[in-house]
Design a protein around this ligand. Structure first.
Ligand code: NAP
Length: 318
């Protein structure tokens, strides 16, 4: 069978694409390698900017989206995609997974982004033993203890605020003297008693043999006082929240990526290869949010319909 489209990814962009594709009557295979619905948002303790659902947890929102798609008989198949290829002769895409080979006229690539690593000593060795990328998943292990969050964006601030409710003390280590996070979060962070911001410092080494005992940090200021230049913060948990990197490796050599690896595509989600549409955080765009991801899912399906029509493969022509 040749599917009209194969959707890769079951985060908000993929779920939205699945709902729109089902309603458009397209034949769809939906693939995702995770068992929890929602993609990245399943790690978020509180989503407070998705219209109509104030304060919902990311896990609940992800599940609600998956249930909504299931109402249209759309459920992601749990398979990891290993290879994608465009066949010039019949103008179809081959999708090779661990278990199957599929064929489709179009691809909606909504594979999202992954946590950026710091690549400092101790990070990999102590991952899961005090080093975490998800405060809402792992915060409870650090009840009553001291923890450090690294980063200055929305995720770092949200993680730090979440941890203050569980931990004795939370340090927020940021490499500049100004946070990148939304103003409302900055204000909350600054007025929380058991949260201390350590400005102008970068992490150098995560300390500990079998589990984390601290974080070595270094000042970014050229003339920092000696005791501030390099020191160790004692803590049993280190939460790394320094942004995301796009999951675009599968498209390397297939579609144009920007210098940081995002798939170059406009609001119509059309990537540089025929019948390939990039939706959600993996696409070049000015704002990566749940609302913009779900918008992409809808736009990608509209573009797929247009492409199928133009190539003589629309539902009406079958
Ligand atoms: P982000 O906004 O890119 O912030 C990453 C932070 O990590 C920045 O403060 C950056 O410092 C710092 N950083 C990067 N590399 C570093 C390194 N090697 N060492 C030390 N610090 C480093 O990432 P994010 O917070 O994960 O957010 C990603 C996107 O999701 C954003 O668009 C964000 O607005 C959105 N988001 C939204 C919500 C919400 O609205 N509820 C929640 C979470 C995320 P600099 O500031 O110096 O660059």
């Amino acid at each position: 069978m040749i599917f009209d489209t194969i959707i890769i990814g079951a985060g908000p962009a993929g779920a939205s694409a699945a709902i729109y594709a089902a309603r458009a009557g397209l034949s769809v295979r939906w693939l995702d390698n995770r068992f929890i619905p929602g993609g990245q948002i399943s790690d978020s303790s509180c989503v407070d900017n998705y219209p109509g659902l104030p304060g919902i947890s990311g896990a609940d929102l992800g599940e609600a989206m998956a249930k909504h798609a299931a109402n249209f008989s759309m459920e992601p198949v749990r398979e990891k995609v290993l290879k994608l290829a465009f066949n010039n002769e019949d103008k179809t895409w081959s999708v090779h997974t661990k278990k199957n080979d599929y064929q489709a006229r179009t691809i909606i690539y909504a594979a999202g982004a992954a946590h950026r690593r710091l690549n400092i000593p101790g990070e990999e060795e102590l991952s899961g033993s005090g080093v975490s990328y998800c405060a809402s998943c792992d915060g409870a292990f650090f009840k009553g203890q001291d923890t450090v969050v690294i980063g200055g964006g929305n995720t770092a601030c949200e993680d730090a605020l979440f941890l203050t409710k569980l931990c004795r003390k939370v340090y927020l280590v940021h490499r500049r003297d100004e946070l990148r996070a939304d103003r409302i979060l900055q204000e909350l962070v600054k007025k929380t008693d058991n949260l201390e911001i350590i400005w102008n410092h970068i992490p150098e080494k995560i300390e500990g043999d079998t589990c984390v005992t601290g974080l070595g940090i270094k000042s970014t200021m050229p003339h920092a006082a000696e005791e501030q230049a390099a020191r160790i913060i004692e803590a049993s948990g280190v939460f790394i929240a320094v942004g995301m990197v796009p999951n675009s490796a599968l498209l390397s050599g297939i579609a144009s990526l920007d210098e940081t690896g995002y798939v170059i595509a406009g609001e119509d989600c059309a990537a540089s290869a025929p019948g390939l549409f990039a939706a959600g955080d993996v696409r070049t765009k000015p704002l990566r949010q749940i609302v913009t991801a779900v918008a992409d899912g809808a736009n990608a399906v509209t573009s797929v319909q247009k492409y199928l029509h133009e190539t003589g493969n629309s539902a009406q022509n079958k």
